[in-house]
Design a protein around this ligand. Structure first.
Ligand SMILES: NC(=O)c1ccc[n+]([C@@H]2O[C@H](COP(=O)([O-])OP(=O)(O)OC[C@H]3O[C@@H](n4cnc5c(N)ncnc54)[C@H](O)[C@@H]3O)[C@@H](O)[C@H]2O)c1
Length: 436
């Protein structure tokens, strides 16, 4: 049985560690954040990810899953080391690879025999070659090792399901030696006939960025169509459904929203755009996607402002802060741009999210107030604004909401209600590209 170390216990590292332990490997998850590791040792998830805590506890109990901050010891112990540290947006949109290169250096310093280093972090084209060089130059013992590019495609909120049911597993290498080990650790997927795409480093790196940028482009596209529907009086809900029925297009990612956010699409579109500019081959569709998404967030504020007349002094109740439902992640969430703009224009904001309140408080502190639930939130507001499509917001007691509010405006920026069901209660419905 392989001994696997995972460097970084964020959304991806933790899912990978728990997932691989669940597939039968012996896994040690490593992180520099002591508090996070202490929680994990207690069987407590440091992030909200549905269904994962049970697997964390089960695999810990079985002895196959352990946590440590002793990175050096972990590197020495492991046969296979996953790098799953963050690659946030850096200067001019480029990916900040500091944590990845640090991890490579630590591996090089403590390598003590043949090891396979697997890059899970999303990294620009050419990075795995650099990782190889860093490990070699930090290694004083001339040990053999292989590097594998194995990008991750999971969605937050469905991380474990996606880990266990990927559409494909991408394995980028510069030789065949590590391939068999990769097949073995992913054996349950291999047996389930999940396609394995075997390729080189650069293609694997490109696949990850291109996939995310394509999806971001699809989101931006349907948001542009929704904006057009607003002015020409067409219905984006019907249109998106019909467009998605075309097998060449597909129905996924055709849902109007207040713009994409999260820890991947914004930074990955920026990173690929910057990378392509550096390579003197700018990707115009990606550049435009980024601009279109910024416009969408701005457009949400314009919609609110236009309906209210003025934002100064208006009381707004915001339902949903996380960048999407089923996660507490607020990195690059549309809510941040939208709420900041509303505050700048003099509005009073009260907000509620089922999971992201702690993260929200770190962002806004006492610049906004916080609801304890949906109904506490809407009390005495001029308008309610749905930004995140949490299930619990899909079946609100609209009569109660109408009675609690001071005003009548109901902004549904995820199109989770039909205009007529909201307007029955005397509220004014404003959705995205919907005929009212
Ligand atoms: N979050 C997603 O949905 C998702 C999906 C696919 C791919 N990715 C990619 O996976 C990577 C990780 O993303 P994430 O969202 O899990 O990040 P994250 O910020 O949630 O977690 C990164 C973790 O790495 C730790 N870390 C940093 N340096 C370290 C080191 N030297 N040794 C050990 N741990 C270290 C940090 O303390 C943190 O806990 C990124 O490249 C991201 O683009 C993310």
């Amino acid at each position: 049985m392989y001994k696997i170390a995972v460097l970084g216990t964020g959304y991806v590292g933790l899912t990978t560690g728990i997932g691989l332990a669940n597939f039968g490997s012996n896994v040690l998850c490593l992180d520099i954040e002591k508090e996070k590791v202490a929680k994990l040792k207690e069987g407590i998830m440091p992030i909200y990810e549905p269904g994962m805590e049970v697997l964390l506890r089960e695999n810990k109990k079985s002895g196959r899953l352990n946590f440590s901050t002793d990175i050096g010891e972990g590197i020495k112990w492991a046969d296979i080391i996953f790098i799953a540290v963050g690659t946030p947006q850096g200067e001019d949109g480029r990916a900040d690879l500091t944590a990845v290169f640090n991890a490579a250096e630590l591996i090089g310093k403590d390598i003590n025999g043949y090891k396979i280093i697997v890059t899970k972090s999303t990294v620009p084209i050419g990075t795995n070659e650099k990782i190889k060089k860093i490990i070699s130059s930090a290694d004083t013992g001339d040990h053999e090792f292989d590097v594998v590019s194995n990008p991750e495609f999971l969605r937050e909120g469905k991380a474990m399901y996606d880990f266990q049911h990927p559409d494909r597993v991408v394995i980028g290498t510069d030789n065949q030696r590590p391939v068999e080990a990769m097949r073995k650790i992913y054996r349950p997927l291999y047996l389930n006939e999940v396609p394995f795409v075997l390729t080189d480093f650069r293609t694997a790196e490109l696949i990850k960025y291109s996939s995310n940028c394509f999806l971001a482009m699809k989101v931006a596209f349907i948001n542009e169509i929704a904006r057009l529907c607003d002015v020409v009086g067409a219905d984006v809900q019907v249109a998106a459904k019909a467009i998605g029925m075309d097998g060449r297009i597909g129905s996924k990612f055709l849902h109007p929203s207040p713009g994409y956010g999260g820890s991947c699409f914004p930074k990955d579109t920026e990173a690929l755009a910057a990378f392509s500019r550096d390579a003197d081959m700018p990707l115009m569709l990606v550049e435009t996607t980024i601009e279109s998404n910024k416009k969408q967030k701005q457009y949400m504020v314009e919609k609110i402002s236009k309906s209210l007349g003025k934002l100064d002094g208006a009381r707004l109740g915001i339902l949903g802060l996380a960048f999407k439902s089923e996660t507490d992640d607020m990195r690059e969430a549309s809510s941040i741009v939208i709420i900041n703009k509303l505050l700048e224009e003099g509005a009073e904001v009260k907000a509620f999210d089922p999971q992201a309140m702690d993260n929200a408080m770190k962002i806004w502190g006492d610049r906004i107030t916080y609801g304890t639930d949906e109904y506490d939130l809407v009390e005495h507001t001029d308008a309610v604004v749905i930004l995140t499509e949490w299930n619990q917001f899909r079946n609100l007691d609209l009569e109660k909401i109408a009675n609690l509010m001071r005003g009548k405006l109901f902004f549904d920026f995820r199109n989770i209600y039909k205009p007529e069901e909201v307007e029955t209660w005397g509220l004014k419905y404003i959705g995205m590209g919907q005929k009212v």
